[in-house]
Design a binder for this molecule. Structure first.
Ligand SMILES: Nc1ncnc2c1ncn2[C@@H]1O[C@H](COP(=O)(O)OP(=O)(O)OP(=O)(O)O)[C@@H](O)[C@H]1O
Length: 226
């Protein structure tokens, strides 16, 4: 592929508390790709994602995410970068004191949306995209785990991100609900956002093919396409 990658890591080392978690990481993500990161508990999957959204510094090497040099990031750049990323975790992280609609409105307003009609239209669009068009009035605790995860995905796509980072998005869900969530992420990928998803569920790899990397013994190894 000749276009500039969305993410390019070359010879990267990532440390946690001065201890090396991953070294010599070479990784590229291109538009439209669906990438799985697999590996044992504690092998560095979440740590890798944290560097992509600027939560953790790069210790060595070259790293670019959406044009940002990750070794020279300032606080202002981190906020800008995060607006271009959609982030989905396994433990949902919806604001529990407000409705689904208000969770989504909160993010839109925090990212600069001002016009009431545009806000309402966008909320309706993303809820429809994730199959939750009638659930805007619900409080998060009135939804099932799978429904909450759909709302988190709706929240992640509000600003049409170039990249979605999904850290164990099916981790708290039953098998069937987990499959539905990956299907949804696949659809979103087909519509233009590249996706990086960590998972322990290796069945998903054959059901929903993607590019697979494994974290193992402090390395990130590209295994191929599943
Ligand atoms: N905040 C932290 N401070 C110090 N060490 C950390 C911190 N977070 C993670 N680590 C260490 O970094 C290593 C990688 O952890 P990480 O959470 O990235 O693993 P993981 O592959 O995502 O695991 P899991 O499958 O359990 O989510 C582990 O040895 C862990 O103990």
């Amino acid at each position: 592929m000749d276009e500039t990658p969305l993410i390019r890591y070359k010879g990267v080392e990532i440390d946690q508390q001065a201890l090396c978690v991953l070294h010599d990481v070479d990784f590229e993500l291109h538009k439209g790709e669906f990438v799985y990161i697999i590996g044992k508990v504690g092998s560095g999957k979440s740590t890798l994602l944290k560097t992509i959204y600027g939560e953790l510094d790069i210790a060595k090497g070259e790293a670019t995410v959406l044009g940002y040099d990750m070794k020279k990031l300032k606080q202002k750049n981190i906020s800008e970068l995060r607006r271009k990323l959609g982030i989905v975790f396994q433990d949902f992280q919806l604001l529990i004191d407000r409705t689904v609609h208000d969770n989504l409105e909160f993010v839109l307003r925090a990212t600069g949306w001002r016009q009431r009609q545009a806000i309402e239209n966008r909320i309706a669009e993303v809820l429809e995209r994730v199959g939750m068009e009638n659930k805007g009035y619900k409080m998060p605790n009135e939804l099932s785990g799978g429904e909450q995860q759909r709302i988190v995905i709706a929240r992640a796509i509000l600003n049409s991100p170039d990249i979605i980072l999904a850290d164990e998005p099916t981790g708290n869900l039953d098998v069937e609900t987990g499959r539905n969530i990956v299907e949804l992420l696949k659809e979103i990928c087909n519509q233009g956002s590249a996706i990086i998803m960590t998972t322990h569920n290796l069945h998903l790899l054959s059901e929903y093919p993607g590019i697979v990397y494994r974290c193992e013994q402090h390395h990130l190894q590209r295994i191929g396409e599943s």
